[in-house]
Design a binder for this molecule. Structure first.
Ligand SMILES: Cc1cc2nc3c(=O)[nH]c(=O)nc-3n(C[C@H](O)[C@H](O)[C@H](O)COP(=O)(O)O)c2cc1C
Length: 198
């Protein structure tokens, strides 16, 4: 005997679909193009702590473009990847980013995307709630790049509602999660604030 009639199956499917479409959409990415990125690991973990949302984790390698130049822009316009990246931000309800720190600044991979997308849309982040993070293997946990982005992103309409830096990544992160209780508690608090602002 069938457990559900065809009609009940339809009702159940409609309910599931309506719930899914009502779910908030989170865009998450690391400011790194490394296949073993520690920032990607952190951003994946932080996104998993946000309840009842759909998470879309981007890979910067899918948005690799020629280095920005005003000549290229004049001659060829904006690359499709830059337009697509802006669309991804526009279609999200919130953004979680973890920036890699290279020589005290953004990685080249992220900076190039940022340069291009800021040319497509100066208000790059569309006022979406943002949880901004950084981690590094060192004691400062990417604080320099975090400070740089905290200063710059609001000029591109970022609404930074939480910040988090994870120092000594390899000491404090294992098996996909933060193992230092105090640091984990701090991240959970920041995620809560982020979730409430969606
Ligand atoms: C060129 C270069 C510069 C770096 N500069 C810094 C730095 O200024 N501060 C820091 O904490 N780590 C620095 N690092 C170490 C990175 O934080 C480390 O490679 C980290 O894994 C990068 O993040 P990702 O794994 O998400 O790409 C640097 C690494 C490279 C390759």
């Amino acid at each position: 005997m069938e457990l559900f009639s065809l009609e009940n199956k339809y009702i159940l499917l409609s309910f599931v679909l309506s719930k899914t479409s009502m779910m908030k959409k989170i865009l998450a990415f690391a400011g790194s193009n490394s296949s073993t990125s520690i920032n990607k690991q952190l951003v994946t973990y932080a996104s998993s702590l946000v309840e009842n949302v759909k998470v879309n984790i981007l890979d910067l390698n899918d948005y690799e473009m020629s280095i920005y130049s005003s000549d290229r822009e004049k001659n060829s316009g904006h690359p499709q990847q830059a337009i697509d990246f802006v669309e991804q931000i526009k279609n999200s309800d919130g953004i979680i980013i973890s920036l890699a720190e290279y020589n005290g600044a953004y990685s080249g991979a992220f900076k190039n995307i940022f340069d291009w997308v800021s040319r497509v849309e100066q208000k790059t982040f569309f006022g979406k709630p943002m949880l901004l993070m950084a981690t590094s293997p060192g004691q400062r946990g990417g604080l320099s790049v975090l400070g740089m982005a905290s200063d710059r992103f609001p000029r591109h309409d970022a609404n930074i509602v939480g910040k988090f830096s994870l120092p000594d990544f390899h000491k404090n992160f294992s098996d996909g999660k933060i193992i230092n209780e105090e640091l984990n508690k701090k991240l959970v608090e920041e995620v809560k604030q982020f979730s409430e602002s969606l």
